[in-house]
Write a new protein. Structure first.
Length: 131
């Protein structure tokens, strides 16, 4: 169904970007991160070509999440930090919270324990603030 939506959306760039992001989300739910990344990269490139910023947060967060699941921690860190920047601008505390959690895990997995503890403390403080 979403493939048909992509074809119909040739004239409507926003619909095409949104359809690609939705497809990526569906693939991520099914643990198919390589396929999800392909759709996210297509969406990101089209958004950048057309100077559309509305999807930056969602695309970067999902790219970071996919790389995290694939244990590509260096790339995941970059994308999650970028997503966190967008989330802070948009005041989306849940994305910041989720990103902090993954960043703490990345630091821990890379044996950067002091950094992991600092990020975890930020995570705990934000979690208390939100909930």
């Amino acid at each position: 169904e979403l493939i048909a939506e992509i074809r119909k959306a040739e004239e409507d760039i926003n619909n095409k970007i949104n359809a690609w992001v939705e497809l990526a989300e569906m693939y991520q739910i099914n643990n198919r991160y390589t396929e999800a990344q392909w759709f996210l990269i297509q969406a990101k490139e089209l958004a950048e070509e057309n100077n559309i910023k509305a999807y930056d947060l969602k695309i970067e967060y999902h790219l970071g999440y996919a790389k995290f699941q694939q244990k590509n921690y260096n790339v995941s860190r970059e994308e999650l930090e970028t997503a966190m920047g967008y989330a802070l601008q948009e005041k989306n505390q849940l994305i910041v919270l989720s990103s902090l959690q993954m960043l703490a895990q990345i630091s821990y997995n890379q044996r950067k324990f002091t950094e992991a503890e600092e990020i975890l403390n930020s995570y705990i403080a934000l979690k208390k603030q939100i909930f």
